[in-house]
Write a protein that binds this ligand. Structure first.
Ligand SMILES: Cc1cc2nc3c(=O)[nH]c(=O)nc-3n(C[C@H](O)[C@H](O)[C@H](O)COP(=O)(O)OP(=O)(O)OC[C@H]3O[C@@H](n4cnc5c(N)ncnc54)[C@H](O)[C@@H]3O)c2cc1C
Length: 398
């Protein structure tokens, strides 16, 4: 198995780097690198730049507007974007719903919704989780009862990321109760402006408004908004989750964060010496760097296997666990490096300066906020405990 990139792949990397150099606004890169909050317009701006280049929907087939990249090209693109400080692509429309519509949607749904995802006409959010239905997702209780040419939806979704920006939500809803719980679920597209929908913010540990609760009271949804067949939604939901878990290792994010940590350790002093010379601190940095190098190799092995026609199995779960542990460890070290600067997270410091300039030692103002925000990484997309269950089932047969 050859883990080196070919000459063509290296040429592709150069093309990506040139594009990022020319088109990634410095303002956005600076905001991302300094851990500043991104506004809705910031995210929409990067979405539009990628769409114009034809690189937005890199998981879609070419006939629907994808660039026709290989798994290696996607890996290179995603990692170089992260290293350059590009905002992440908001995944709900492009990376999650798009592939589901392409595989299971009707022709009319594809024709109508896919171009609107690409040009940013619709901002989608994901209505899967409910109180009592997270890891055990098949327990969703939000009901959709058919009345003529509408479904009437009642219930609650939670942890809805960026739901306060969205005009559309794709939901798992219960359409049958007298069957096995996986067999009574349907996949419904709901306009957030329909009467009966209420979005309430959840403020997370880092003080941010990123997630929401969404309540549905007698919400009328046209039958034409059901994807695929009634009661087959579990199949579509699982298919979507395989896309939620692409690039799960987040190598590029860790490479960028580690570089930032090392810069900080050179400039911040403890007892008159750069922190990088503190043996205990240096040992932890070295350990996480070795872990990252190992994970990168595993990631490339998985990509090489996929390129050779294989299907990633338990490896995806391993990458999710290691990738998120590494990102959390780097965030923890950065917070330690900043010492007292990282103790409070100051809201003004996160919002001020639209140019995204750093405040205090490199990014000190956001070190604590990022540390707390990164706690989510081992929870969403299937918690790390659930990933361990998957590994034990697939490898050990338990
Ligand atoms: C920041 C953030 C953003 C999110 N965004 C979205 C979103 O946009 N849309 C959406 O639908 N959902 C979203 N989620 C929800 C996310 O998918 C769930 O939080 C996740 O699936 C875990 O479910 P839960 O929170 O109900 O925890 P639970 O399932 O109640 O789990 C609680 C704890 O028990 C452990 N556990 C549960 N079952 C088992 C088991 N069988 N074996 C071992 N351990 C177990 C879990 O690992 C966890 O530690 C988001 C979550 C967060 C934190």
């Amino acid at each position: 198995m050859d883990l080196k990139f070919t000459a063509e792949e290296e040429a592709f990397r150069s093309e990506v780097l040139a594009f990022l150099h020319d088109r990634l606004p410095q303002r956005l890169a600076s905001k991302v690198s300094n851990g500043r909050h991104l506004t809705r317009d910031d995210m929409a701006q990067w979405h539009a730049i990628l769409h114009e280049k034809g690189w937005l929907a890199n998981h879609w087939p070419q006939e629907y507007g994808g660039p026709g990249w290989t798994a290696v090209q996607k890996f290179i693109f995603e990692n170089e974007c992260a290293i350059a400080g590009a905002p992440r692509i908001v995944p709900f429309g492009v990376n999650m719903l798009g592939p589901v519509l392409i595989k299971y949607g009707s022709e009319a749904q594809k024709r109508y919704w896919l171009p609107r995802i690409l040009d940013g006409s619709d901002w989608w959010c994901q209505g899967y989780s409910e109180p009592g239905a997270g890891s055990d997702l098949a327990s969703v209780r939000t009901t959709a009862i058919r009345e003529g040419d509408h479904y009437v939806v009642n219930g609650q979704k939670t942890w809805t990321t960026l739901g306060h920006y969205a005009n559309m939500i794709f939901c798992l809803v219960r359409t049958a109760t007298d069957v096995r719980k996986q067999e009574g679920i349907s996949f419904l597209l709901i306009d957030m402006n329909t009467p009966g929908i209420e979005v309430r913010p959840i403020i997370t540990l880092d003080g941010e408004h990123e997630v929401n609760e969404v309540f549905f009271t007698d919400v009328r949804v046209p039958v034409a908004n059901m994807v695929g067949e009634e009661n087959r939604g579990w199949t579509y939901a699982k298919y979507l989750l395989t896309y939620e878990r692409t690039n799960i290792a987040g190598v590029g994010f860790s490479v960028a964060a580690l570089a930032r940590l090392k810069r900080a350790a050179q400039t911040i002093t403890r007892n008159g010496k750069p922190l990088a010379e503190d043996r205990q601190f240096a040992a932890r940095v070295a350990k996480v760097e070795i872990d990252l190098e190992n994970m990168k190799t595993t990631n490339l092995r998985v990509i090489a296997a996929v390129a050779g026609g294989g299907v990633p199995g338990a490896e995806s779960s391993m990458l999710k666990i290691r990738g998120t542990e590494i990102r959390q460890e780097i965030a923890s070290l950065l917070r330690r490096a900043m010492g007292p600067y990282a103790a409070p997270f100051v809201e003004e410091a996160l919002e001020a300066g639209d140019a995204g300039e750093a405040i205090g030692p490199d990014g000190a103002a956001s070190a604590a906020a990022q540390y707390f925000n990164n706690r989510k990484l081992s929870i969403f997309g299937g918690s790390n405990e659930i990933q361990k269950n998957i590994i034990s089932k697939m490898i050990l047969g338990l």
